[in-house]
Each structure stands twice: as structure tokens, then as C-alpha cells.
Design a protein around this ligand. Sequence first.
Ligand SMILES: Cc1cc2nc3c(=O)[nH]c(=O)nc-3n(C[C@H](O)[C@H](O)[C@H](O)COP(=O)(O)O)c2cc1C
Length: 162
Amino acid sequence: MDREELLTAFRDTMRQVAATVYAITTAGEGERHGILATAVSSLSFDPPSLLVCINQSASVHAPLGQADRFCVNVLGTGNRDVADCFARGASGEERFKVGNWTQFQGLPVLADAQSALLCRRVLRQDFGTHSIFIGELEAAWHHGGVPLIYFDRQYIDLAASL
Ligand SMILES: Cc1cc2nc3c(=O)[nH]c(=O)nc-3n(C[C@H](O)[C@H](O)[C@H](O)COP(=O)(O)O)c2cc1C
């Protein structure tokens, strides 16, 4: 397989991997930052921790590298407006004009997200175009609901198929 075929097969594969959508947020120097992401995974239960994969070209990458903490907001179907705002056009502080954002330890936490997981950043590993940020859980809120799912370049209404 040449590189082009490999990349096409990789893109096609990942496009059809259904994934929960997250709003990763952080803050620094009086400004809030955020990114819409699907590359998130739980990592270990002891200590409770998770990892997020962030493109080094993303605006949140440098602030995440400098911040002590970040928050992983698990989006539900009711947070579609936040997903759209994060993904389209808006940048920096503008991303927080939509959604019920509150603060905890100075970090943006989405009050009506399905869950919010506040982490202390403990490790960063650069790999290729991305960086893996590992966070150890410091606070967590679980409200429940139906997750917002991204599949084949669109959001799927999981509630309709439950
Ligand atoms: C559904 C969805 C999932 C995404 N997942 C990730 C991800 O896991 N990691 C990442 O770095 N970018 C991801 N992106 C791209 C970022 O949200 C963002 O658009 C891009 O990095 C540009 O960010 P910037 O405008 O803040 O620089 C995703 C975009 C969408 C629409």
C-alpha cells in the first residue's frame, strides 16, 4: 500500500467510527480557550485519569501546554449549540457565548453537559501532528443524558434509536 492509499483508508475508517463529542476547555491569562474533540479516552482508574489528543495547530494547543488544568465536558444531545459554536467560525472567548458556562477553579465548566471532568495536567507527549495530554481527575460532575455522537461527518440522534 502506498502512503496515499494508506491515508485514504485511515480517513475512511475513522470517519465511520462513531464517537462521543467533547468540549475540552482551559484558561490562562484571563482568557478562556476551548476545542471540540472526539479523540478522548479514559486511561486508568487508579489514579482516575484520561487522555485527550490535540492537533498542534489548534488554537487551544499552546494554552493547554501552559495550563495546570483542563476540563473535559462530555456533550449531550442538548449541547448541539455548543458543538456548533466551537466548530464553526468562533474563536477564543467567542466560543463561550453559547452554552451554560460556569467556572470551577477558574476553568470553564459546562453546567448542563452530560458530564464534566476536571483534570490536573500531568503529562504531555508530542506525536506527529498531535499532542497527547494526560489529565488526573480532580473533580467530576455527572448529570446523565444521551451523548452527542459524531459519525460520517454528521451528528447522530442516538435517542431516536434507543
Ligand atoms: C466532531 C469533531 C471532532 C474533532 N475532534 C478533534 C480532536 O479530537 N482533536 C483535535 O485536535 N481536533 C479535533 N477536531 C478539530 C477541532 O475541533 C478544530 O476545529 C481545529 O483543531 C481548529 O481549531 P482552532 O480553530 O481552535 O485552531 C474535531 C472537529 C470536529 C468537528
